[in-house]
Design a protein around this ligand. Structure first.
Ligand code: 5RP
Length: 255
């Protein structure tokens, strides 16, 4: 009796976390000895921290230091042995050679939504201070328009936060599908207390059904003119490189 050719088992699709790790490891190839790095926040950036820690311990990246974008990243980087610096620690503007961070959304012009992890202010300060900003994502983060998959976070001072929320609603009233609310209930007790950022501020979440169809720069300018708004999570024209790990196993490096 002839033996039937065995059908190979279907290749297992990589998980989203595996794709995040692939993108993060590719980004680590951009790091050179002596660089000061902006260290991002989130589950994708965490893979980059682990990789950098491994490379530092192996002696492959002498003189590399990092500026963390959140308290969580600060603790993680310290744990894996990345020497840390504060932003602008020498009294002048900080010099960052390269930042590596994830994103919540990436549009076709490489504009980003960041900060659904709550760290947008430090991320924007540090990533905006760098020569190069490498964004690491799996393909699920690519969107046709910002705001397609969730909130645009806006950091506001706690004083008068509901007043600031009201002003945001008034300024953007009439934009297609626009809603805004204060982010709450994430202190693990399920309470309705406001979410508090590392800077002691609150977050207003702006939602747009089907994404933002207006002019992003104009929306950014109008937001930043509202007294009480500290910063927002649209990172416009900031990414210099986006590394995308695809489910089919390919990795794109978009400049
Ligand atoms: C945190 C961020 C993160 O980069 C963003 O939320 C993506 O997170 P993840 O890599 O876990 O998907 O902006 O403030």
């Amino acid at each position: 009796m002839g033996s039937a050719a065995a059908t190979p088992p279907p290749a297992r699709k990589p998980t989203q976390d595996e794709l995040k790790r692939v993108a993060a490891h590719r980004a680590a190839e951009f790091v050179e000895p002596g660089m000061t790095l902006g260290l991002g926040t989130g589950s994708t950036a965490a893979h980059a921290l682990d990789r950098l820690g491994d490379l530092l311990r192996a002696g492959a990246l002498p003189g590399v230091t990092g500026v963390p974008t959140s308290l969580k990243t600060e603790a993680h980087a310290a744990r894996v042995g990345i020497p840390l610096l504060p932003l602008g620690g020498h009294g002048g503007p900080g010099k960052i050679h390269l930042s590596i961070d994830g994103a919540d959304e990436v549009d076709p012009d490489l504009n980003l939504v960041k900060g659904r992890g709550g760290s947008l202010l430090r991320e924007k300060m540090i990533e905006g201070a760098g020569d190069r900003f490498v964004v690491i994502v799996d393909e699920s983060k690519l969107v046709p328009r910002l705001g397609c998959t969730g909130a645009i976070p806006v950091e506001v001072v706690p004083f008068g936060a509901h007043h600031t929320l009201g002003l945001i609603r008034k300024v953007f009233d009439g934009l297609a599908g626009f809603r805004a609310r204060l982010r709450t209930g994430e202190d693990r007790s399920g309470s309705e207390a406001p979410f508090v950022t590392d800077n002691g501020n609150y977050i207003v979440e702006m939602f747009f059904d089907d994404g933002i169809r207006g002019d992003l720069r104009d929306i950014s300018d109008r937001l930043l003119r509202i007294t009480g708004v500290v910063e927002h999570g649209m990172f416009l024209g900031m990414a210099t490189t986006v590394i995308v790990a695809n489910k089919d196993g390919t990795v794109e490096v978009i400049n």
